[in-house]
Design a protein around this ligand. Structure first.
Ligand code: PLP
Length: 397
């Protein structure tokens, strides 16, 4: 089936000599590849060539595949004629691209609970403290908007990479639009779990490797006007329509090509589109119900010795991500890998201000290092057995 996981029978050997199935519970970092993506890449490789630039059959097939991929992604994000879809390297790249494309003088408004990819790129930044409730988020955002001149951009995560909690992006977009501000959604963690739609945002960014398409591409989709008016993200071939003899004598390309300088990542784009297509055809409600069932199984089974963290409270909706406070997250993560064949993530997950707040810690650490939390995350292909294995392992310490 197209949403089956490639390598879901991966085995690891434990110190006891026993061979067990690897329990992958680190989807929020990078999700495994699904067969739709692997198949799309494998099918294209015999005809693989350079996109946009050649006359031969390989180039023609590759150009068609690349532009078709763009169309599928456009459908996946509900893009209309006023939008464009730009292939990037990942979410970080997509958000940096948008940050550089903002009209001069744009004020950006961001909560400090964001992943660094959605915290650090923004110029002229009003930084709001991560709220304790969605209502508080809207209140402090409204206060900031009241004191902000246009143009303004509110940029917010769709789902937290630390707590898994879903942010009230529709309400945030409604509010921002009332003040003529635009909204960007960092959908790195939302897109793999829930439908995303440009009706709820002006810009959406996500990564292929978190969306079961780990071939090095990402997406920025959103309103064309600012993007078309901006300097190209990367200056070079592809981004230029015509170049004269003197420096500065040139015309930049219009549309997505303007920000896709250099040879694009065709296989990455095709892989993302294959997953988008498979998800468009899938029963998303059923996938959601299954994920929520596993989430309940995990949360209900956590031993009393660990504390689950949350920003908006335990009842708030979330995707398949749970972070827990334990004594030595890095040490425990190592033990889970070595002694139980379970992959999780420990550290501050490139969200230092948020993790400091959730743990009450005062120090920061490099991405992925302790101190911090231990994060359990899952998605397509995850099973009761994966959840039960980590629960049993956690109970044994
Ligand atoms: N935003 C969120 C919420 C994330 O979780 C991540 C990665 O973990 C990113 C952005 C950055 O994604 P990438 O490393 O693919 O650029």
């Amino acid at each position: 089936m197209s949403l089956d996981i490639v390598g879901d029978d991966l085995k690891v050997e434990l110190p006891t000599g026993e061979s067990v199935r690897f329990a992958h519970l680190d989807y929020a970092a990078s999700a495994p590849c699904v067969t739709a993506a692997a198949r799309a890449v494998g099918d294209l490789l015999p005809r693989y060539g350079s996109v946009h630039r050649g006359t031969g059959v390989r180039s023609a097939a590759s150009t068609i595949a690349y532009e078709l991929a763009r169309d599928v992604v456009a459908e996946f994000v509900g893009a209309g004629p006023e939008h464009e879809v730009i292939f990037t390297r990942n979410t970080t790249d997509a958000l940096n691209l948008l940050a550089r494309a903002l009209p001069a003088g744009t004020t950006t408004i961001v909560f400090d609970g964001e992943h660094h990819a959605n915290l650090l790129p923004w110029p002229n930044q009003v930084r709001l403290p991560a709220p304790s409730t969605p209502a508080e988020a809207l209140r402090s955002l409204e206060e900031a908007l009241e004191n902000t001149l246009s143009p303004a951009l509110v940029t917010v995560t769709g789902a937290s990479n630390v707590t898994g909690e879903v942010w009230p992006i529709e309400e945030i977009a409604d509010l921002a639009h009332r003040y003529q501000a635009r909204v960007a959604v960092d959908a790195a963690q939302l897109a793999p779990h829930r439908p995303i739609d440009l009706r709820n945002a002006d810009y959406i960014a996500f990564s292929g490797h978190k969306l079961y398409a780990p071939f090095g591409a990402g997406v920025l989709a959103g309103r064309s006007d600012w993007l078309d008016a901006a300097d190209p993200y990367l200056r070079g071939g592809g981004a230029s329509a015509s170049v004269g003899d003197r420096p500065g004598e040139l015309e930049w390309a219009a549309g997505p090509a303007r920000h896709e300088g250099g040879t694009p990542n065709l296989l990455g784009a095709v892989a993302i589109a294959a997953v988008c297509e498979a998800l468009l055809q899938a029963d998303r409600d059923a996938l959601h119900a299954e994920e929520q069932r596993l989430l309940t199984r995990l949360r209900d089974g956590l031993p009393d010795t660990v504390r689950e963290v949350s920003l908006f409270g335990p009842e708030h909706p979330r995707v398949g991500i749970v972070s827990i406070a334990v004594d030595d997250p890095a040490g425990l993560a190592q033990k889970l890998a070595r002694e139980h064949g379970i992959g999780v993530r420990a550290g501050q997950f490139c969200a230092h201000p948020l993790v400091r707040r959730l743990t009450g810690a005062s120090e920061s650490g490099a991405c992925g290092t302790a101190p911090g939390l231990l994060r359990i995350s899952f998605g397509l292909g995850s099973t009761d057995e994966d959840i039960d294995r980590i629960l049993e392992a956690l109970r044994s310490y």
